[in-house]
Design a protein. Structure first.
Lengths: 198, 200
């Protein structure tokens, strides 16, 4: 380099002359590894779908078994919510895929896009992951209260506690996601700040 | 009669570019991965991840930039994503170049003995940096100019120049008084010198 000082040269030599072991990966090996990686993603997606299918199957069984109209209605809503979640998981491509565009974008652009994608997914969690199962759960809790003979106050107390516990859990999940989304936003701001500094 | 050679198809072109990249930039990619990941086993995985990303991405290489810029972009983007994942898992924090000079030097007053020691200290310094500043530091150490670094990182050339100025200040502060470059060409820094990555 033109304006290289002895100190610059020394540091670069120190860095560039360090011993390396040699990257050993042929095209055949990298193709095999890429295939293995894609299969892993496919298996992970399959596991998610199987888990969702089991939950839907259980709900369908309960729907079929239930005699009470309200319970049936609750399970129908739950099934609809679960199907919606599976569809969203599929549409959003939740699992990581190989970055085909990693060479097209600079670090700042690539990283900002990645962080924004993750932030948006977290921010929307309550809408596509939590909200769809709330109506079904609420109706089922209501059905549980109404199904008990006498409709005693204790039963409604249990229903209220369960509803509160569920609400608290959903609220906690939403808040955790919000906090994680805020952290990602901080990283995006920092990235933009770093790109602007002159 | 002279036989016409068939044009290499897209797949052959991708494979030959990949082989060219590994042959020309293999050692630089290895150094880059070491600077992003101290753990030897994980570092080997990172090298493998970079190579897979590179091979996958070369399908879309359209020569709008040089192959070198493309390779470094892929390597830095893959490595930085790795660091971000690790940062979340291990709750690690990093500092910017502007804050690095303020940080206490644990080797204050101690001279580096030999190349391995100096390299170890250099790696320790790099590992404290935020991914973006780390990229500029690595590009500087690999001998890239400000324009190439800007193309890879997405920073303005002026911003890169400012960061390189800070890098030089920090390196001078930490290394200048510790004598010239050691003569021996010993192994890399501790924890990174034993064995290569078995890709097989």
């Amino acid at each position: 380099m033109k304006d290289e000082s002895p100190q610059d040269r020394r540091m670069r030599e120190l860095w560039q002359e360090q011993r390396t072991e040699g990257v050993r990966m042929s095209v055949a090996e990298v193709q095999a590894s890429a295939g293995k990686f894609q299969r892993r993603i496919k298996n992970r997606n399959t596991r998610e779908y199987v888990a969702a299918a089991l939950a839907v199957a259980f709900s369908c069984f309960e729907f079929w078994r239930a005699g009470d109209v309200l319970v049936r209605f609750g399970f129908a809503l739950l099934i609809a919510g679960l199907v919606y979640i599976v569809w969203q998981l599929h549409a959003r491509g939740s699992s990581k895929t190989l970055p085909r565009d990693a060479g097209l974008s600079s670090y700042v652009a690539f990283q900002r896009r990645e962080l924004e994608r993750q932030r948006d997914a977290l921010e929307r969690v309550r809408r596509w992951y939590l909200a769809p199962i709330v109506p079904g759960m609420a109706v089922l809790l209501m059905a549980f209260g109404l199904a008990n003979p006498g409709h005693s106050k204790q039963i409604w107390l249990v229903v209220a506690i369960e509803a509160l516990a569920m609400g608290a859990m959903f609220f906690g999940i939403a808040k955790l996601n919000d906090a994680a989304a805020r952290k990602l936003q901080d990283q995006i701001d920092e990235l933009e700040e770093g790109g602007r500094q002159d | 009669m002279k036989q016409i050679q068939p044009m290499p198809d897209a797949e052959n072109l991708r494979n030959s570019r990949f082989e060219e990249a590994v042959a020309a930039y293999g050692p630089a990619l290895e150094r880059l991965a070491r600077a992003y990941e101290a753990d030897r086993e994980v570092c080997c995985d990172l090298v493998q991840e970079i190579l897979i990303s590179l091979w996958t991405s070369l399908e879309g290489f359209d020569e709008r930039c040089s192959l070198r810029t493309w390779i470094y972009r892929v390597a830095h983007n893959t490595s930085a994503s790795h660091v971000t994942r690790q940062m979340r898992m291990k709750r690690r924090t990093f500092v910017g170049l502007e804050d690095l000079a303020e940080l206490a030097d644990k080797w204050e007053g101690e001279e580096a003995v030999g190349q391995a020691d100096a390299l170890k200290r250099l790696y320790e310094l790099i590992e404290q940096l935020k991914p973006l500043d780390r990229q500029v530091m690595l590009a500087y150490l690999e001998g890239m100019d400000a324009a190439s670094t800007a193309e890879i990182t997405g920073l303005s050339a002026r911003n890169v120049a400012t960061k390189i100025f800070r890098i030089k200040q920090v390196l001078a502060q930490r290394f200048q008084e510790r004598g010239s470059k050691p003569q021996d060409h010993g192994p890399g820094p501790q924890g990174r010198e034993q064995g290569g990555c078995d890709e097989g």
